[in-house]
Design a protein around this ligand. Structure first.
Ligand code: PLP
Length: 287
């Protein structure tokens, strides 16, 4: 079955789905996006994803492409037309089409596209044995809280990780603290058993999975800290993991070639993944 995309009001086969070459998203990456996981027919944390989408639009003064109710209908229709149960829904809004000029166009209509593809979750082996990460400089801008289309530093970091044969790159700021991964949030369990992740601010994208994990930890009575942690502290961690819409909670067992703890996924990470998946299955199905 050919994939169906939504482009500025129309559902089209992917090959026919096109945007104008003067779309500011194409020329300037002047836009924002979201990725919502569809897991066994369930849209996970749809409202928080839509809240973050609204936040990113507001911060960049881009008019919403449509009402939230309409956007939810588009997502459901896309799910229906693509007939997938395990997928990632991608949507982006840009400042629209206008002759190329840095300043905002006086009149431009927000452009909106949405696509969907089958999810490629981590393998059973990666979940069982954990994955490796490397560290690299965080060379991004000062507003990483906005989910903007400008992803070049993230792409460079991910490519470095790919060339190095590891799953993800952890980004290190000028103070030698780990901010997050190139497309995931970073977590450690310290040597004395405390769960730590970078605080939500302008230095990271406040992951929806991160927020869900925090809620789950609260309901489990687990204590955690949202604060900076250094590369050095990460190297001494008992456990480490990453969180994202596509990987959920995934154990990390090597950082820069060195085993984390005993080099196996730890009990906290396993438990958090387990309760994340259980909570995901409680979401209502949309297909
Ligand atoms: N951090 C960055 C830089 C990301 O790009 C992403 C996801 O794309 C995340 C964290 C994880 O966010 P979420 O849990 O909403 O997928």
């Amino acid at each position: 079955m050919s994939r169906i995309a939504y482009v500025n009001g129309r559902y089209l086969p992917l090959a026919q789905a096109q945007v104008h070459i003067e779309d500011r998203g194409y020329q300037f990456a002047d836009g924002v996006y979201e990725v919502v996981p569809l897991y066994r027919g369930r849209l996970l944390d749809e409202e928080p994803h839509l809240d973050r989408f609204d936040y990113s639009l507001r911060e960049l003064q881009i008019a919403p492409p449509m009402s939230r109710a309409a956007l939810k209908l588009v997502l459901r229709e896309l799910v229906r037309r693509n007939g997938l149960g395990d997928a990632l829904l991608y949507f982006q809004a840009t400042r629209g089409v206008a002759p190329r000029d840095h300043k905002f166009p006086a009149k431009a209509k927000t452009a909106f596209v949405a696509t969907m593809r089958r999810s490629r979750p981590p393998s059973a082996k990666q979940i069982e044995e954990g994955v490796a990460v490397m560290t690299t400089r965080d060379i991004r801008w000062a507003r990483c809280d906005i989910k903007s289309l400008n992803l070049l530093p993230n792409l460079l970091a991910k490519q470095q990780a790919t060339v190095a044969g590891v799953f993800e790159a952890w980004l290190v700021d000028d103070d030698d603290n780990i901010t997050e991964g190139s497309s995931t949030n970073a977590w450690i369990v310290t040597a004395d058993g405390r769960l730590v992740t970078h605080d939500a601010g302008a230095a990271i994208l406040n992951g929806i999975t991160r927020q869900r994990v925090i809620k789950l930890m609260e309901s489990e009575g687990l204590t955690f800290e949202q604060r900076s942690f250094s590369r050095d502290e990460a190297m001494r961690a008992r456990e480490a993991f990453l969180s994202s819409s596509s990987s959920f909670v995934l154990p990390i067992t090597r950082i820069d070639g060195k085993p984390v703890g005993e080099g196996k996924p730890g009990p906290m990470t396993r438990r958090l993944r387990e309760i994340y998946v259980a909570a995901a299955l409680e979401a209502p199905a949309v297909i």
